[in-house]
Design a protein around this ligand. Structure first.
Ligand SMILES: [Zn+2]
Length: 381
């Protein structure tokens, strides 16, 4: 009989890339135009291919948190006055039909490796010719007028529809990382839920009322799971520089320039820096790269709410009750990694084994399982 040396329900990792969608790279903030990406050049379709390549090389579906204002027609932007500096500061000339069509084709043919995430239309909020930070909240955590939030959501939906970008996103990143974990924003989140939003991610370090979150990595805000993004490994406008530090939580947050190159034909050189940095998470016993947002959320919830106890050839698995709010948005399966003899095979008690493989590089077995009872077990045959 073979013994299990170690086992773990690994902490997942998902990539979230902010501020995708601008065509101009100019940081206009000093003249009260949008921050945009602060990149050295304007953006091109190859910059979307870079997201797809990052995802495909890691077997993931990175979230592209999109700002779609520069995809809009001028009349649409000017119909929401708080979206711009009186119509100035927007440069729709940067975007033309050819660019839109090329980008749309890239997004459509790379659905498995790009997930469009709601970020916003204009990123900030203008009153006459001056902006304050945050499109959906002000810096005090007060929600912007709800009718304007509705207009922005409608415009986001229209731009996606007009450009064949697929269904409205299920995930959302608050602009300027202003969020307020609050039971008093029911109407606001009901509106987001109506549009299909299920997952929010933002750094808890800048989220108001973060003390109300009971779990280390996530809280449930009016029925929507809100996940801590932690701290990005790189400043928002840096690119093609060595990546330092480790991702300690479930999200590797970054900004679009971080994965790009000054020469778009060389974007892959920067993408590969991230691929080399992140692929090692798949090899660790206690970490894994998630294929998509739903898998990341599911794995995170099971990671936090399941107890494993190891007894020679058996792993006893005890899941505490998962809140109703979460059951509707997570998978019924999760991944478990087991360090034992490479030739070992497994059977479940009150548990179904969906898939299993041995990774030689990581030196462990990876099993996807569905628990049928709160108490179940995995046993080496
Ligand atoms: Zn942003």
């Amino acid at each position: 009989m073979k013994d299990i040396i170690d086992c773990c329900i690994p902490l997942p990792l998902q990539i979230v890339i902010d501020d995708v969608g601008w065509w101009s790279g100019e940081d206009g903030s000093k003249k009260h135009e949008p921050y945009r990406t602060g990149f050295i050049r304007d953006h091109v379709p190859a910059d979307y291919q870079a997201i797809a390549d990052l995802g495909s090389k890691l077997g993931m579906r990175p979230q592209a948190a999109m700002i779609l204002g520069e995809w809009a027609e001028t009349k649409d932007i000017s119909s929401i006055p708080s979206c711009s500096k009186s119509g100035k500061g927007w440069n729709p000339e940067n975007c033309n039909k050819i660019l839109l069509e090329k980008t749309s084709n890239i997004i459509q043919s790379n659905q498995a490796n790009i997930e469009i995430t709601l970020h916003g239309i204009s990123h900030e909020y203008w009153k006459e010719d001056t902006f304050t930070r945050g499109e959906w909240y002000d810096q005090n955590g007060k929600i912007r007028p709800i009718d304007e939030c509705l207009q922005r959501l409608e415009l986001f939906k229209k731009i996606m529809y007009d450009n064949l970008l697929g269904l409205f996103p299920e995930s959302y990143v608050p602009t300027a990382f202003v969020d307020n974990f609050s039971p008093n924003k029911e109407n606001f989140l009901e509106l987001f839920k109506k549009y299909g939003i299920k997952y929010i991610s933002t750094p808890f370090s800048t989220m108001l009322n973060a003390k109300e979150v009971k779990n280390k990595y996530y809280g449930i805000d009016n029925g929507i799971i809100t996940i801590d993004r932690g701290q990005d490994l790189m400043q928002w406008n840096k690119f093609n520089v060595p990546i330092e530090g480790e991702v300690s939580g479930p999200i590797c947050g970054m900004h679009w320039p971080n994965i790009l190159h000054e020469d778009p034909a060389r974007n892959n050189e920067t993408v590969d820096l991230w691929v080399n940095h992140l692929k090692k998470y798949q090899l660790k016993l206690d970490r894994m790269l998630s294929k998509n947002t739903k898998e990341m959320c599911s794995q995170l919830v099971y990671h936090q709410q399941t107890l494993l106890s190891l007894n020679s050839n058996t792993v006893d698995i005890e899941s505490s009750k998962i809140p109703e709010d979460l059951i509707r948005i997570i998978n019924n399966s999760f991944f478990i990694k087991i360090d034992t003899d490479m030739n070992a095979s497994f059977e479940g008690r009150n548990l179904e084994i969906v898939s299993q493989e041995y990774t030689h590089e990581g030196g462990h077995h990876v099993l996807e399982v569905i628990p049928h009872e709160d108490q179940c077990a995995l046993i080496i045959k």
